[in-house]
Design a protein around this ligand. Structure first.
Ligand code: ADP
Ligand code: MG
Ligand code: MG
Length: 252
């Protein structure tokens, strides 16, 4: 599904990602943890193709295609979803219209028929219910005046509607309450089907009590320094990142 090979990337001339390797197979859920400033969010931004993030070395393949060569919209159409891909407020465009266009653009790319307004409305209402947002959210302007928790629920609703092949969620700094965490976890769990893959960036071990990852990776100094199963997350919760060396002993 996703193959990252020896990735090096910088922002503002500062090298952040330094030789990162990661392989995600269809249906797998990978959690990425790591100390603050390790480069977790940067990795997400690089994969999403955000402006200002330069790749100097390495490769990223999504289902065998060169991801780094694609425009941002092409990445979404190739089946990649990043929770922070649509962070901007778009006043005057309703959530509903925005999502319908996005979903149909992706369906077109995949050779599927467009959803009619009625078909989409039905799906959107179900998704809205699932993430515990009132239905009038569909009529609101995209992200217009949403609270932190509402934005998060809206993001998960977008993920449910877009049915991506690979979703990357960054929950590092979002300060979510338990209800919102459960909405995130339920969104992921409801989409797990043995085909779709997920990368969940988090420093809440608690989130991983609800989303059982197949693999846990520790990212430090711009690369993955340790990988294991879900028990690695428990280890980190108990002992922090001291095992990474002196520099991290007091980090968390
Ligand atoms: P994490 O998500 O793991 O906490 P980030 O990816 O946000 O870490 O940041 C990794 C490092 O890159 C940090 O040292 C951070 O200060 C630096 N960094 C991030 N964005 C920028 C930027 N726009 N300009 C300069 N440095 C940045
Ligand atoms: Mg951070
Ligand atoms: Mg971060």
């Amino acid at each position: 599904m996703l193959k990252i090979n020896n990735l090096h990337a910088s922002v503002e001339d500062k090298t952040i990602i330094q030789g990162l390797d990661l392989e995600v197979k269809p249906g797998e859920v990978h959690a990425i943890m790591g100390p603050n400033g390790a480069g977790k969010s940067t990795l997400g931004y690089v994969l999403s193709g955000r402006d200002g993030y330069e790749v100097s070395e390495g490769s990223v393949e999504l289902e065998g295609a060169d991801l780094l060569d694609m425009e941002v919209e092409e990445r979404a159409q190739a089946g990649l979803f990043l929770a922070f891909q649509y962070p901007v407020e778009i006043p005057g465009v309703s959530n509903m219209e925005f999502m319908k266009e996005s979903v149909n653009a992706i369906r077109e790319q995949q050779g599927k028929e467009s959803l009619t307004a009625a078909e989409f409305l039905k799906k959107a209402k179900a998704a809205c219910k699932q993430v515990q947002l009132p239905l009038d959210f569909l009529k609101r302007g995209v992200n217009e005046g949403f609270s932190g928790g509402e934005k998060k629920r809206n993001e998960i609703m977008q993920m449910i509607l877009l049915e991506p092949k690979l979703a990357i969620l960054d929950e590092s700094d979002s300060g979510l309450d338990v209800d919102a965490l459960q909405v995130v976890a339920d969104g992921v769990n409801s989409q797990r089907d043995g085909e779709r893959s997920f990368i969940v960036v988090t420093h809440y071990q608690r989130l991983l009590d609800y989303i059982k990852p197949d693999f846990v990776h520790i990212l430090a100094d711009g690369k993955i320094v340790k990988s294991g199963d879900a028990s690695l997350a428990h280890e980190v919760e108990k002992s922090g990142y001291a095992f990474l060396g002196k520099k991290y002993e007091e980090a968390e």
